[in-house]
Design a protein around this ligand. Structure first.
Ligand code: ATP
Ligand code: MG
Length: 506
């Protein structure tokens, strides 16, 4: 018997212009949770896709229980006991939760697929997580967090020996994360080896036994988690010391730029936004905190003109404005980086340059010709500012790593120089170095008088970067906290505060 359940040896994989993996080794023991850590674009997902039979490496071999395994395709991976939760969701939107979980292995009855059994079995698995997902719901009707839970339930349902999780918790709530961790621990007791990818350092320390660090497609080191520190891991990842992650270094004015009053989504049933009122000051970073599902994103969608039938008043610089569409919002100088960059924002089969400048394109078009030099200049400015990892401006966005896609998206909206910039989970899936860069850019924008609304589920980010914080609970604002009073306690208190009439559970 080999000491290792899985060994990947000397794996190399290139894409045009990119050496995604160079001679990478990785070893997984049975019963361990082994983190894979690295900056955006370091090669984590690529390594996983090699293991999953999606990419074929130019070089290298894979051993399972000490025997070389030929993982030629996705089925071969599955036959070898490998199950993967990919970073991007791959569920079929117009099918039910149960159908997605059992896709390709539906239980058969006398008359074809036994839907009853399938739904019942799926429901049982879902109930283990206690997240209130119904097996007969369509995927498209679930929030992103819930879709992610379905992915997790599905992957675990394969009775695999090697479970890979590529940023499984990027959009799920703490309660669900805890359920996930306890299920992971159960699995390891049964000898399953888990490969865990996350940019959330606290998770690595909470749940992982060992950690392997990649940088620029190369193997850097493997450490035992109890014997390492956060700072050590960060410097292995970025190859330099990073001492300050969050610094808010600007004082906002008291001048009100935007005033929103009595905003609601106008829905009678399952309303997610109920009578929300708030003020935004010039040059301010206004945090929006709350539990996942509190209605923060939905509130911003109403303001940005994305919700048909939404109600309420919006005043911009003292003038009442009617925003019926995103176009209206943009015309008034409001920009929004949405939560789910996959569905809502990026043009995946277009280049980095196209995606970077699509919102400011009209600035380059004069007398019917596009100023391509200016376009390239803006694109380069944001590639440099954000340290976006791309072989060129022509690269298709779909080929960038997850975190780098996020950077393109944020850069695009920053380039429009809006009055109000709404950022929904701006650093989700972004590595520590890039986080610091995004914070720096946010500081810089506020100095130019731009006001930022930042929705974030990461408390340290809210606490350290916000000038004031509004907290929501079940569609309502439960309070506003001024800078000097912002703390984990004050936020959590408001985030779980019951308000009258807010008994509309999701
Ligand atoms: N299909 C592809 N075509 C071209 N380049 C690709 C492709 N897939 C990945 N790359 C490139 O390979 C490198 C490694 O990407 P990978 O997705 O493995 O990074 P990652 O470590 O998972 O990053 P993140 O934390 O952002 O998810 C990146 O430079 C990326 O742009
Ligand atoms: Mg990745």
């Amino acid at each position: 018997m080999s000491e290792y359940l899985l060994e990947m040896k000397g794996i190399s994989k290139s894409f045009p212009g990119v050496k995604a993996l160079q001679d990478v080794d990785y070893q997984l023991k049975a019963g361990e949770i082994h983190a894979l850590l690295g900056e955006n674009g370091a090669g984590k997902s690529t390594l996983i896709k090699v293991l999953g039979g999606i990419y074929h490496p130019e070089k290298g071999s894979i051993f399972i229980d000490g025997k070389e395994a030929a993982i030629t395709d996705v089925n071969a991976a599955r036959d070898n006991g490998i199950s993967i939760i990919h970073q991007e969701l791959v569920l079929v939107p117009r099918m039910t939760v149960a159908e997605n979980i059992f896709l390709g292995r539906e239980p058969k009855g006398t008359f074809g697929v036994d839907k009853y059994k399938m739904t019942k079995d799926a429901q049982k698995m879902l109930d283990n997580f206690n997240v209130g997902i119904k097996a007969d719901m369509e995927i498209a009707d679930l929030t992103i967090a819930k879709q992610q839970m379905v992915e997790i339930v599905k992957a675990i349902s394969f009775n695999c020996r090697i479970l890979v999780m590529d940023e499984p918790t990027s959009s799920i709530a703490d309660k669900e994360v805890n359920a996930l961790f306890s299920i992971m621990r159960d699995l390891t007791k049964r000898g399953v080896g888990i490969i865990y990818i996350s940019h959330k350092m606290s998770e690595i320390f909470e749940v992982c036994d060992r950690v392997t660090v990649l940088r620029d497609g190369m193997y850097i080191d493997t450490c035992n988690v109890p014997e390492t520190t956060r700072d050590q891991l960060v410097s292995l990842m970025v190859g330099r010391e990073l001492d300050q992650y969050y610094v808010r270094d600007y004082e906002a004015s008291d001048e009100v730029v935007m005033r929103c009053t009595h905003i609601s989504d106008g829905k009678k049933l399952h309303s997610r936004v109920k009578d929300v009122s708030f003020e935004l000051h010039r040059g301010e970073i206004l945090g929006f905190s709350g539990l996942v599902g509190a209605g923060r994103s939905e509130t911003m969608q109403c303001i940005f003109g994305l919700t048909k039938g939404s109600k309420g008043e919006i005043e911009l610089e003292g003038r009442k404005v009617e925003i019926r569409s995103a176009m209206d919002a943009m015309r008034y100088g409001i920009a929004m980086v949405p939560e789910d960059r996959k569905l809502e924002g990026l043009y995946h089969t277009q280049s980095v340059r196209f995606n970077s400048t699509i919102e400011v394109l009209d600035q380059f078009i004069s007398h019917l010709y596009v100023n391509t030099a200016r376009e390239a200049e803006i694109t380069q400015e944001y590639i440099d500012k954000m340290h976006t990892k791309t072989p060129s401006q022509e690269q298709m966005v779909t080929n960038l790593s997850g975190g780098n896609q996020q950077k393109v998206m944020i850069g695009r909206w920053m380039a429009t120089a809006p009055k109000v910039l709404i950022l929904d989970e701006p650093t989700r899936g972004v590595d520590v170095g890039a986080k610091a860069e995004i914070y720096e850019i946010m500081n810089e924008l506020t100095k130019q008088g731009i006001s930022i609304i930042m929705i974030s589920s990461e408390l340290p980010e809210i606490i350290n970067m916000s000038d004031r914080v509004y907290v929501m609970y079940e569609g309502r604002i439960t309070g506003c906290i001024n800078r000097e009073d912002i703390s984990q306690e004050s936020i959590m208190h408001l985030a779980t505060l019951e308000t009258t009439g807010g008994n509309d559970h999701d």
